[in-house]
Design a protein. Structure first.
Length: 133
């Protein structure tokens, strides 16, 4: 029992070291989740939140913002690709349908688009307006 407690004590860094590690993580350009940091520190996530509540919450919020920003960037890239396909179809005098657009873009692009029909309808109008200018 003594050896087991000693081993646990050695593997568990103090609260100051944990908080410092989390602060360092907050300064990284590519944030990691609290779970990833806990695994890297070999600490249970619950223990991490207990030892450094403020820092762990800040890191979690930073990671969620990062994921949201990355999703927005991905959607913007998809919309740009779909707009280009709509413009090509409009220039060729073809109707803008999912079937027509599917021939010009990767299937992954169509499958990754949220509210595909609404987006295509909006982009078709935008392509028509851009062509008339």
């Amino acid at each position: 029992l003594y050896r087991m407690l000693k081993r646990l004590k050695v593997r568990s860094p103090d609260g100051t070291a944990i908080r410092q590690q989390l602060r360092d993580e907050l300064n990284q350009t590519e944030p990691r989740s609290v779970t990833e940091v806990a695994k890297a520190l070999d600490i249970d996530v619950r223990h991490l939140y207990i030892q450094a509540t403020t820092e762990a919450r800040a890191l979690g919020e930073c990671y969620v913002r990062h994921l949201h920003q990355r999703a927005l960037q991905a959607q913007a890239a998809i919309h740009a690709e779909l707009l280009q396909a709509c413009e090509v179809l409009h220039e060729n005098g073809e109707s803008i349908t999912v079937e027509q657009v599917a021939q010009l873009v990767e299937p992954k692009t169509l499958n990754s688009t949220r509210h595909l029909y609404t987006v295509l309808s909006s982009l078709a109008g935008q392509a028509a307006n851009d062509a008339s200018m």
